[in-house]
Design a protein around this ligand. Structure first.
Ligand code: ATP
Ligand code: MG
Length: 342
């Protein structure tokens, strides 16, 4: 398979590529289920949080929240299911999501537990130290409710972040929402968001495999492609996933951009943009939010790849996990004014 650049797509191909893998936006919102957090970022590079140090935040965060925010901000029909505490950290999230056009009607406000949080500090080598309060926060305590039912029953697409599978209360909600969405002709996308070096329990592995089998679109990054397929090698993994019924795979390659694989044509590459890296957290989530929004409003794969690479890159160049998410017009400006890496 010889990849080529997205911008080389001809008009005829553009027409074929427009045939959509995902249910159109008119069917109902893209719904994402999972953790809503605030993130507090250390402004100095180093190891951990053992000494008093300068911090900045709270920033709205959590992979599902970042995805939803970018999807809604781009102009997609977007909603989130989760919970926050009755506190300022919760309001920071609800205000941002609402301001960016997302439906938060199915976000519960927990009367007891605080909003989930994550402290992050970058180490010298670019890796991160995280200090989380998720398991004992509102982020991990939500369940099926009238509001969740009402949203799920009119949703057109479900996006699942693999990270949400480690929250026990998320699975029953994901399962029921998926059933409702698929029963009305809706679609599923999955960002594996899992790490090869972590061992997941058998239940999580089984749930993950069921999601892969039901997914229309897969958005892995790096080794997650092979992890999702359960086989080694990029070509083998792609082949295996198409056999399992996935219809479109977009592999995120960090500063090397992204590649879209489809069962009926050559892969399409999109190079990344040249930016100054300030805070890589959230790049993949912004990429996914933009990609799903683009595809559901009917843009071609190549257009969707360009906007998504721009969304990921723009977010990396701004401090805070979703501070760099962009509107369509902000991304148009970014694309026009930012150099491509190759
Ligand atoms: P995360 O680290 O948030 O989990 P991810 O691993 O899922 O992200 P990445 O491949 O790191 O996904 O980033 C998603 C997209 O964002 C990339 O495909 C690329 O288009 C863009 N991107 C990420 N990092 C950079 C970078 N340093 N320079 C330019 N673009 C980038
Ligand atoms: Mg990454």
């Amino acid at each position: 398979m010889t990849p080529r650049r997205a911008l080389e797509t001809t008009n005829e191909e553009t027409h074929i590529l427009a045939k959509n893998t995902l249910a159109p936006d008119e069917l109902g919102p893209t719904v994402c289920v999972g953790e809503i957090l605030v993130e507090i970022v250390a402004t100095t590079i180093g190891d951990g949080f053992l000494e008093a140090q300068p911090l900045v935040g709270p920033y709205p965060s959590g992979a599902p929240a970042i995805f939803t925010d970018q999807c809604g901000k781009f102009g997609g029909n977007a909603a989130i299911i989760g919970a926050v505490g009755n506190d300022d950290f919760g309001r920071v999230n609800l205000d941002r999501l609402t301001q960016d056009g997302c439906d938060v009607s199915a976000v519960a406000i927990d009367p007891e537990l605080p909003t989930g949080s994550a402290f992050v500090r970058y180490r010298e080598d670019g890796s991160r130290d995280f200090l989380y309060n998720i398991a004992t926060s509102a982020a991990a305590r939500f369940s099926w409710s009238e509001e969740v039912y009402s949203l799920s029953a009119r949703a057109g697409h479900l996006h699942v972040m693999g990270s949400a599978l480690s929250i026990p209360s998320a699975w029953p909600v994901i399962e029921k929402t998926l059933e409702l969405v698929k029963s009305r002709g809706g679609t599923l996308s999955l960002d594996p968001n899992l790490r090869k070096e972590l061992k997941y329990d058998a239940k999580t592995e089984d749930r993950f495999a069921r999601l892969v089998d039901a997914a229309d679109l897969l958005l892995p990054s790096g080794e997650e492609l092979e992890l999702a397929a359960g086989v080694d090698g990029e070509d083998n993994a792609v082949k295996r996933l198409f056999e399992r019924g996935v219809k479109e795979i977009v592999l995120k390659r960090g500063s090397a951009g992204a590649t879209c694989f489809r069962p009926d044509g050559d892969p399409i590459n999109d190079p990344s943009f040249e930016i100054k890296i300030l805070d890589p957290t959230g790049a993949g989530d912004c990429f996914g939010g933009a990609y799903v929004a683009c595809r559901r409003i009917g843009l071609t794969i190549s257009e969707a790849l360009t906007y998504s690479c721009a969304a990921g890159a723009r977010n990396v160049s701004v401090r805070g996990p979703m501070e760099g998410a962009g509107t369509r017009s902000e991304l148009d400006t970014f694309i026009k004014t930012t150099r491509r890496l190759n």
